[in-house]
Each structure stands twice: as structure tokens, then as C-alpha cells.
Design a protein around this ligand. Structure first.
Ligand SMILES: NC(=O)c1ccc[n+]([C@@H]2O[C@H](COP(=O)([O-])OP(=O)(O)OC[C@H]3O[C@@H](n4cnc5c(N)ncnc54)[C@H](O)[C@@H]3O)[C@@H](O)[C@H]2O)c1
Length: 250
């Protein structure tokens, strides 16, 4: 049986801000212990301090690690750090992500490798570690995007990675099931984080967003916590759209 939220020992990637930080906060409030993984120790320290204030959690339940999710050695070290720190590891939220904005004719192989390395391979690497090291079962939640379904110009590698992440979610759900590891994904719509407001398509007005369809990081964190928790124990390989209804309209 998958663990209940209060028993979660989680790694959240990209946890220094935005959706990752909100997810860590939500999991801590639900009783989990959380290892925050991101690129920069100073931002991680600030996030950990903010989470301690926000949640009143015992600081022993909050840890940080510098981890580039596209590097297998660093991902393996993060999994080991969670186990060393909390005794076991049973949840990973593959949230780290980045975008670049370029027309296809200007994109390079390096651009594609960088985006796929973080937005797709990062999730693969953590799922691999989960399958090797989550001895008592657990859960994986991958943060995809509405770009997995519909997209816009200039973001081809991002959209490709987010679509492939849904495919990886299905494959991993199948292979994880006999190990007691559930794998699911959320597809956020527009969420009020730097990633949204840094998007030149949004800034230029080329991508029109109805204000009523801009969610908060907490909206996504709630869906992630649901998929991670016991209420979702019968859910495998799902892609849950959390977009304020954006994709429903023709
Ligand atoms: N904000 C939105 O509108 C939106 C919509 C759909 C999907 N998403 C997805 O949600 C996730 C979180 O995005 P956000 O909006 O909070 O963005 P954000 O830019 O605020 O946060 C992303 C985090 O990932 C970290 N990161 C980047 N590369 C990394 C790497 N190689 N290793 C480890 N960490 C790395 C960044 O440092 C940052 O803290 C992303 O996967 C993004 O694609 C966001």
C-alpha cells in the first residue's frame, strides 16, 4: 500500500522557488520530511528558512542539496542524501524545469540537449533512483505542462520534453506498479511564477492568458499532494490537468 502523506520522505526538485517551493510547503504542512533540491545553495538556504517560518516544522524535517537534475551522479547523491537524512525515501516530485525561446531555425543541438536534459532526463534519472532505492514503495509526481497538449511558437524543445514526460509517466507507472511505486503527472496551466512572467510570448501578448486562468503555485502543490497521497492510491500513469479550465475551451 502506498504511504500516507504524514509518512512521506520527499525530494522536491526545483524547490528553491515557484511551484517547487509551494509543493515543499504543502508537503511539510501535511507532515512530510522534505529534501529541497535545486541549483544554488544560497537560494536553497533562503527557501529552507522561509519554509521553517511558514510551517513551524521541526528543522530536522527540512534539508537541502545542490543538485543539477540532468546529472546522474548528482541525482544519485540526492537520493542517498534523503535516505541518510530521513532513514528512507518514498516520494519524488520532478518539478525542476526550464524553457528557452527561439525559432526552430536558430535552435542548436545543445539547446535541445539542455532542455531535454532538465525537463525529461531529470525525471528519468530520479525515477531510476526511485526504482532502485525506494525499498518500501512510494510515489513519483512529474510536473509536465499544458504544453504537452497544446503549445505556442518558440518553445519546441520544452513542448517536446513535456509531452515525452507524459509518455515516461505511463512507462514508469507500468514498471513501478509491481514495486509499489505509483507514478503520475500534473499538467499546470499558467501559474503565477517567474517562469510565466519571463516568457517573452506572454510579455509580448503573443500568448494571451485570461487572468481568471492564472493559478497560484499552491493550486499546483495541492494537486501534487493529492497524487502523492493515499487518496490517489488507485491512480497510476495519470496526467492531471490543473489549468483553471484553459484547455477545455475549443
Ligand atoms: N509557471 C508556469 O506557468 C508553469 C506552467 C506549466 C508548467 N510549469 C512547470 O512547473 C515547473 C516549475 O516551474 P515554476 O513555474 O515554478 O518555475 P521557476 O523557474 O520558478 O522554478 C523552476 C526551478 O527549477 C530549478 N532548476 C532549473 N534547472 C534545474 C536543474 N538543472 N536542476 C535542478 N533545478 C533546476 C530553478 O533553479 C528553479 O528554482 C517546471 O517544470 C515548469 O516547466 C510551470
Amino acid at each position: 500500500m502506498p504511504p500516507t502523506p504524514t509518512q512521506h520522505t520527499a525530494i522536491v526538485t526545483g524547490a528553491a522557488g515557484g511551484i517547487g517551493l509551494a509543493t515543499a510547503r504543502r508537503l511539510l504542512r501535511d507532515g512530510a520530511s522534505v529534501l529541497l533540491a535545486d541549483l544554488d545553495q544560497k537560494r536553497l538556504d533562503a527557501a529552507a528558512a522561509q519554509l521553517t517560518t511558514d510551517t513551524n516544522a521541526d528543522p530536522k524535517r527540512i534539508a537541502t542539496i545542490v543538485c543539477d537534475v540532468s546529472r546522474e551522479d548528482q541525482v544519485a547523491a540526492a537520493a542517498d542524501a534523503a535516505i541518510d537524512r530521513f532513514g528512507h525515501w518514498n516520494l519524488v516530485v520532478n518539478n525542476a524545469g526550464l524553457m528557452i525561446f527561439k525559432p526552430i531555425e536558430e535552435q542548436t543541438v545543445e539547446d535541445w540537449q539542455r532542455i531535454l536534459g532538465v525537463d525529461l532526463l531529470g525525471a528519468f534519472l530520479f525515477i531510476k533512483q526511485a526504482f532502485l532505492k525506494m525499498k518500501g514503495g512510494g510515489a513519483v509526481v512529474n510536473v509536465s505542462s499544458v504544453h504537452a497538449v497544446e503549445t505556442e511558437p518558440l518553445v519546441a524543445p520544452y513542448a517536446a520534453a513535456k509531452t515525452a514526460l507524459l509518455s515516461l509517466t505511463r512507462s514508469a507507472a507500468l514498471e513501478g506498479k509491481p514495486k509499489g511505486i505509483r507514478v503520475n503527472a500534473v499538467l499546470p496551466g499558467a501559474v503565477d511564477t517567474p517562469m510565466l512572467w519571463d516568457n517573452p510570448n506572454v510579455r509580448s501578448g503573443a500568448e494571451l492568458i485570461n487572468k481568471a486562468e492564472i493559478g497560484t503555485p499552491d493550486d499546483i502543490a495541492g494537486a501534487i499532494a493529492f497524487l502523492a497521497g493515499d487518496d490517489a492510491r488507485f491512480i497510476y500513469g495519470a496526467g492531471l490537468r490543473v489549468d483553471g479550465g484553459r484547455l477545455v475551451r475549443l
